[in-house]
Design a binder for this molecule. Structure first.
Ligand SMILES: *[C@@H]1O[C@H](CO)[C@@H](O)[C@H](O)[C@H]1NC(C)=O
Ligand SMILES: *[C@@H]1O[C@H](CO)[C@@H](O)[C@H](O)[C@H]1NC(C)=O
Length: 191
């Protein structure tokens, strides 16, 4: 009986991951991501390039205090645009925006929103996946971290941040001494 309950709970928590299957770090708390009036819910929903061209409004249902770092990472960049199957898919860092703070606003859906006027270290770049045959929608993971006091991109990560392609969030978390993300979500866009 107890074993059954434990298994059921394990399945439940797995089913509730807000990040794509296999993505590390897995996040169980949902980041509310609003593109205009469209909320990314359930996680993994499909959106268009036009809908996602501008940085989304982000927030959570929990009351947050403090300062946060937002990231968005494409997990499905083909090894080559002319020959996508020529190698493993890579990541591309689409946004790393610092200084998000609760702005005291609540969206129509009851989400407490966060705001930042920063464009650094990486300003938001909208998805632009290439068309592929067969189609291969790209997954865009959004993550929210507590921003450490005096946050700056570590020296060891500066060239990677400029490069964007091949960004490894695990390595960045270690280098920048970030804690586990407080919330996450993802959506897909087709070329
Ligand atoms: C937040 O609340 C809204 C409205 O009740 C709901 O639609 C949404 O799924 C909730 N989000 C999370 C992350 O629980
Ligand atoms: C990211 O780096 C970690 C080590 O820091 C490594 O274990 C992991 O495989 C890397 N992830 C990818 C997708 O390359």
């Amino acid at each position: 009986m107890l074993t059954k309950i434990i298994v059921a709970l394990a399945l439940l928590s797995f089913a509730r991951a807000q990040t794509p299957e296999g993505f590390v770090p897995s996040v169980s708390s949902q980041l509310d991501v609003l593109f205009g009036t469209k909320a990314v819910s359930p996680p993994g929903m499909s959106l268009t390039k036009a809908e996602t061209a501008k940085q989304p409004i982000i927030g959570t249902n929990e009351t947050l205090t403090g300062t946060y770092l937002f990231m968005m990472i494409d997990l499905d960049v083909p090894a080559s645009f002319t020959n996508p199957s020529s190698g493993p898919r890579r990541t591309n860092l689409h946004a790393m925006v610092q200084d998000f703070k609760p702005d005291g606003q609540t969206s129509a859906a009851g989400v407490q929103t966060l705001a930042s006027t920063a464009k650094t270290p990486v300003a938001y770049i909208g998805p632009a996946p290439p068309a592929e045959t067969p189609p291969h929608p790209h997954r865009y993971v959004t993550l929210l971290f507590e921003q450490p006091e005096g946050f700056a991109v570590p020296e060891s990560q500066k060239s990677q941040i400029r490069q964007k392609i091949g960004f490894n969030v695990t390595t960045f978390i270690e280098a920048a001494a970030l804690k586990a993300p407080v919330a996450g979500n993802y959506f897909t866009v087709s070329g």
